[in-house]
Write a protein that binds this ligand. Sequence first.
Ligand code: GCW
Length: 747
Amino acid sequence: MERKRPRLQPLQPGRLRSSRTRLSFMTRSSINRRLSLSFLSVAVCLLIGATSVSAEDGYRLWLRYDQLPSPQLNDYRARISELVIPGQSATLEIIRSELGNGLQGLLGKSLPVRERIENDGALVVLSANNPLAARLKWKGELSALGPEGFQIKTRKLDGHLVNVIAAQTEIGALHGSFYFLRLLQTLKPIASLSVSEEPRLQLRLLDHWDNLDGTIERGYAGRSLWNWSELPATIDPRLRDYARANASVGINGTVLNNVNANAQILTAEYLRKVAALANTFRPYGIRVYLSPRFSAPMELSGLKTADPLAPEVISWWQKKADEIYDLIPDFGGFLVKANSEGQPGPRTYNRSHAEGANMLAAAVAPHHGVVIWRAFVYDMKPGYDRAGAADAELQPFDGTFAPNVLLQVKNGPIDFQPREPFHPLFGAMPRTQVIPEFQITQEYLGWSNHLAFLASMWREFLDSDTFAKGSGSTVTKVIDGRLYHQKITGMAGVANTGTDRNWTGHHFLQANWYAFGRLAWNPDLSSRQIAAEWIAMTLTRDANAAQAIERIMLDSHEAVVDYMTPLGLHHLFWGGHHYGPAPWWNKEKRDDWNPVYFHRADAAGIGFDRSATGSNTVAQYQAPVREQFGRLHSCPEKFLLWFHHVPWDYRLHSGKTLWDELGLHYERGVDWVRATRRQWDLLKGAIDDERYEAIAQKLAIQERDAIVWRDACLLYFQTFAKRPLPAGVEKAAKSLDEYEAKSLLDQ
Ligand code: GCW
C-alpha cells in the first residue's frame, strides 16, 4: 500500500493569519512576555535567593504534573478530596509520594493523606493484603489479575463515594496509580471508573548495551546511567527517576550490561554494585538481569574450557548463580549473546545453542531465574544469505530448550533496519518461548538526531500475519501466548537512555521509550493512542497543536524509510558507525557487513534475490507468506528489493518505473522533513521555548541528513541505472565523489 503524502494540519483559526500579521502579533506579544518574564524572574530570584529556576529541559519525561486546565480541573478537584493509602512499605511510600506530588501539581492543591476513608472523593489505594481490601465486594476478581494487574473502580466504600485503585500486590497498585495519574494528565473523565488492566506479556525488559567503562554501544544520549565507580555506596537520585519512568509504563526488568559482555560484571565486586541497583529498583517492580560472558569461567577462574557440557563449567555456573541469588534473591536471569560477532559460545565447543542455553538455565532454575538466549547469530559462509542464518541455525532446535529459556529474536531477519519484514522465526518455533527484541536506540535511524516515532514500525511488525496457524496468526498472537500457550512471554527493547539531561538526546525520542513500555504491556495498542497519550502528557495540551504533532509522529517512520532505504533496500549505512549513507561501501572484512552485499545494484537492476531464483530464504516463511513475498508481482512494494533483484524499468503499481519510484521515494522523504519544519514553525508557543528550540534544531539536522541520504544514494545508484532523475526530484547538492569522501557524521 502506498502511503498518502503527509498533510499539514490546520492550526487554530486565530493563528491562521498572514505571516506578516502573525509576525507583528508574535513580536508584540513576545515583547510583553519578555517584560513580564523579566519582572517575574527578578521577583523569583528575590524570593528564592537566586537559586535555580526549574528548566524545561525534558528531564521530567512524561511524568509532568503541571496544573491542569479548566474545565477538567474543577471537575477533578471536586472528585478527589483525600488520599487513603494504608500500610507501610517502600512501594507504598513510592505510591504516596507519586500520587501526593502528582495530584498536588495537577490539581494545584495538596490533599490530606489518611489511613481511612473520611470523605466522598477519597482516592483509595489497596493491595489484597490490606485489611480494608476485605471490604471490597470484588476482592475475588483481583487474584485473577495476577501479580502486576490492577482495577480502578468508582464505588461506595465505608459509606462514601470513592475511587479505588486495587490490586493483588503493591506493585499492581503502583501500576494502577500511574494509570490514574495518566487519566488526569490526558484529561479523561474519572466520574465513573471501571478499569481492569493486566500486562499481556510477562517480561517487559529494557536491554542496556552499557559497558563497564560508562560508554554505551549504540547509545546516543550520553553515558551510562550506572556509575560503577560510585556504586554501591552512592545511589544517584536519578536512578529512582529511571525506575519511576519505567514503572509508569509497566517495564519490569532491566538488563544492565552490554550483550557484548565483559566477564567482570560477574565478579564479587561488581555483583555488590549490581545488588545496590537491584535494591533501588525493587520497590518499583523492576528486576535486574545481567549479560554474562560465556567464557567467564575461563576469564575469571582460569578454567581451561567453557564447554557447557564440562562438569567443572557446569558447577562453576551453579556456584555463580548461587552467589548472585544470595545477594539478589529476585535476580531476573541472564541475557546471552553467544557465537555472534566474535562472542564466545557453545558452538566453539561444537555444542548447540540449546546445550549452551540449557546449561545456564539449569544454574538459575532452582532460583526461578530465566535465560534469554539471543537468536542474533550468523556465521560468515561464502555465498550465504545472512537473512537466513538465524532460522537455519536455531529452528531445528525447537522444543529442545529448557522451560526457563526464552529465545529473543530481533524483529527482522537482518539487524534493526529502518524497515524489515518480520523475522521468519516468529511462528516457526511453536515449542519455544520466543520473544521479540526491538531497538529503541536508533542505530540505523539517525541516532538521536532524527525524529522517528517507532511505535508505527513495531505495530507493523506485531500486526504481520505469520500464517503459522492459518490466517490471522499475527506476530502479536505468536508472542502473547494465544497461539502456543507458552508459560513465559515477553518483549525486550534496546534502551535509548543515557545521562543526557533529557534522557534520550532528542525530546521526541522519549516517546519511543514510552511506546515500548506501553506496547509491552499491551501489544494491541494503536500507535495513534500511544502518540496521543505521550503528547498530552509530555508536550502540549493545546488540542490543535497536539493533533498536528500526532500527524508528524505517525508519518515520521515512513518518511525516514523514504529518505534512507525505500522499497525494501537495507543496510546502506556507512561502515562502523551506521549514521549516514554509503551504498558504495565495500571494505568491511565480512561481506555481510558491506552495503554492496545487500543492495546488489548492477546494470540490470537492484535488490537482493531471496526468492527461489536466488538464496530462497523466503522459503523460511510459512505458506502463503512465502509465495506472497517470493513472487515479484505479489510482493508488497515496501519489501520489493528485500526479496527481489528488480530491473530498473520494472513498472510498479503506480505505473512508474522502479528507477523513477526510487527517486520519488527519496524526494518524498526529504519533502516530509521540510514540511515538518514548516509545521514546527507554526507550533511556536504551543510548547515551551526551550524544548521547542531544541526540537527545531534537531529537525534542521534531520533535513540536512535527509538531503545527503537522497543525493548520495541516487547519485550512486545512477552509476548503474544510467537514467536521468524523474521530474520532481531535486538536483544533488554535491557530487558523488564529495559524498564518498566525507561521512555524514563528519559534516
Ligand atoms: O546491531 C548490531 C550492532 C552491534 C550489536 C549487535 C547485536 C551489541 O551493530 O553493536 O552489538 O547488533 O545486536 O548484538
